[in-house]
Design a protein around this ligand. Structure first.
Ligand SMILES: *[C@@H]1O[C@H](CO)[C@@H](O)[C@H](O)[C@H]1NC(C)=O
Ligand SMILES: *[C@@H]1O[C@H](CO)[C@@H](O)[C@H](O)[C@H]1NC(C)=O
Ligand SMILES: *[C@@H]1O[C@H](CO)[C@@H](O)[C@H](O)[C@H]1NC(C)=O
Ligand SMILES: *[C@@H]1O[C@H](CO)[C@@H](O)[C@H](O)[C@H]1NC(C)=O
Length: 411
């Protein structure tokens, strides 16, 4: 028995020798290694007690991505550490965030260019002279702008829930986090969790925030990703270790960074009435076949508002557009936004059932990722739908086998 095993090992080494003959030294190393692993007549597996404790459950890549939009913000105030940790606990594949910059050039996670709607800025009388009016995407807006506050000042504020119909108990409990703190949350997770940061309002940020050596917002954004080891093309070994999708509504930002990082990028597409913030192109122009053909050189997917993919009328769905089919024809993924459980967002077709909405988008429209405010719901839907599909396959497979057995007796 021992001799037989040895012979097998030697045979394996001989064929490996052929492979490695060009690399002297490698084969002899392999010989030693293989002898060890076949010693005793069976392959030696790593002992569970000796497993590398740093190895993490990998990113799932077999079904559409669960993208935790601003964290689990259906439950906890958006873009806070608590919202992101909750999303990870609930099964997010990616945690999503909006990156803006402070007056002193720090990158932070915050959605609006103004602090007014989701912080307690109104109660900080020390900042009452900071109110400004700026033109943002062609509209004059007045309020307390992120770009007029230093990071220390931003950190003195507390975040509150945006939506009145959501849980208010966390108001005033959490602070705004930096991009680095956000990255740390993803990297500290006990499984591999991707990040999905947006280069937010780059036109406004570059107008108001200046960095040394003429660096731009996009430069700082990519620098930070690289500093923490985010690199590699979609599905590469590096990417799977630290998955990232970079997103932006501004095509020029995505094209500008294309020479700086090979991390996958997604082009966000707003409502049909909104021109792009940097190039002033219409929805129809940027969703045309010729534009998709162009932008696919820089991005691996698009992120459209879901009601532009399937327009609605009187809160019912109408005929789906061909955008998903055309994007797929250009080998572009489609990650629509934003899925929300509340009745006010669910079209009547889904009879107030968010699972029915997920089923429609995943099974019928065939999207590749979904931005959701309720990561837990999407996760549960996907786990249960996968289990149901397996049961069906098993039952079908069993019936098929029985049918074959019966027919072979009949012969
Ligand atoms: C601001 O202060 C008022 C009372 O002065 C209080 O009712 C309110 O909850 C505070 N708002 C925030 C966002 O903290
Ligand atoms: C915004 O306000 C400035 C100053 O009042 C004005 O010059 C400009 O035309 C306004 N822009 C828009 C889009 O209304
Ligand atoms: C990327 O770099 C190449 C070579 O330096 C240059 O020709 C090209 O214009 C750059 N592209 C962008 C989008 O900056
Ligand atoms: C953007 O495009 C629209 C439509 O072509 C045009 O009316 C508008 O003046 C443009 N805006 C800017 C800022 O160029």
């Amino acid at each position: 028995m021992r001799a037989l095993v040895m012979n097998k090992a030697v045979l394996r080494i001989q064929s490996l020798n052929n492979i490695f003959q060009a690399i002297p030294g490698v084969a002899s190393l392999l010989f030693f290694f293989l002898f060890e692993t076949t010693h005793g007549g069976r392959t030696l597996y790593p002992l569970p007690s000796k497993q590398d404790s740093t190895s993490k459950q990998p990113l799932q890549t077999s079904r559409p991505y669960n993208i935790a939009h601003r964290g689990s913000n259906g439950e906890i105030p958006e873009e806070t550490a608590a919202a992101y940790m909750k999303a990870i606990e609930e099964g997010a594949d990616f945690i999503e965030t909006d990156i803006l910059a402070t007056k002193d050039g720090s990158l932070i996670c915050f959605h609006d260019v103004k602090l007014d709607d989701t912080t307690d800025i109104a109660n900080h009388t020390e900042f009452s002279d900071r109110k400004r009016t700026y033109e943002v995407q062609g509209v004059n807006i007045t309020g307390y702008f992120v770009v007029d506050f230093t990071l220390d000042e931003i950190k003195s504020l507390r975040v509150k829930q945006r939506c009145p119909y959501r849980d208010q108990q966390y108001n005033g409990k959490f602070s705004i986090i930096t991009f680095e703190e956000f990255i740390a949350i993803a990297l500290d997770a006990n499984r591999i969790v991707g990040i999905y940061p947006e280069i937010k309002n780059p036109v406004l940020i570059n107008q108001h925030v200046k960095w040394p050596n003429g660096k731009k917002f996009e430069d700082k954004f990519v620098e930070l990703l690289k500093k923490y080891g985010y690199k590699g093309e979609y599905m590469s070994e590096d990417w799977l270790k630290q998955p990232v999708f970079i997103q932006s509504f501004a095509p020029t930002s995505l094209i500008y960074i294309s020479n700086m990082t090979d991390s996958p990028k997604l082009f966000l597409i707003a409502d049909v009435s909104m021109p792009t913030q940097d190039t002033n192109q219409s929805y129809w122009e940027i969703t045309s076949d010729s534009y998709l053909e162009y932008i696919r050189n820089y991005v691996i997917g698009i992120g459209p508002w879901k009601d532009t993919i399937v327009p609605t009328q009187n809160n019912y769905l109408t005929t789906p557009s061909d955008l998903v089919d055309r994007a797929h024809a250009h080998n572009l993924q489609v990650h629509p936004y934003t899925f929300r459980n509340e009745n006010i967002y669910l079209h009547f077709d889904f009879h107030q059932d968010p699972y029915a909405e997920y089923e429609y988008w995943i099974k019928k429209i065939g999207v590749d990722g979904l931005f959701t405010d309720f990561t837990g719901s999407l996760h549960k839907y996907q786990v249960w739908a996968a289990a149901a599909a397996t049961d069906e396959n098993n039952a079908y497979g069993l019936l098929h086998k029985i049918a074959l057995m019966i027919s072979s007796y009949e012969k």
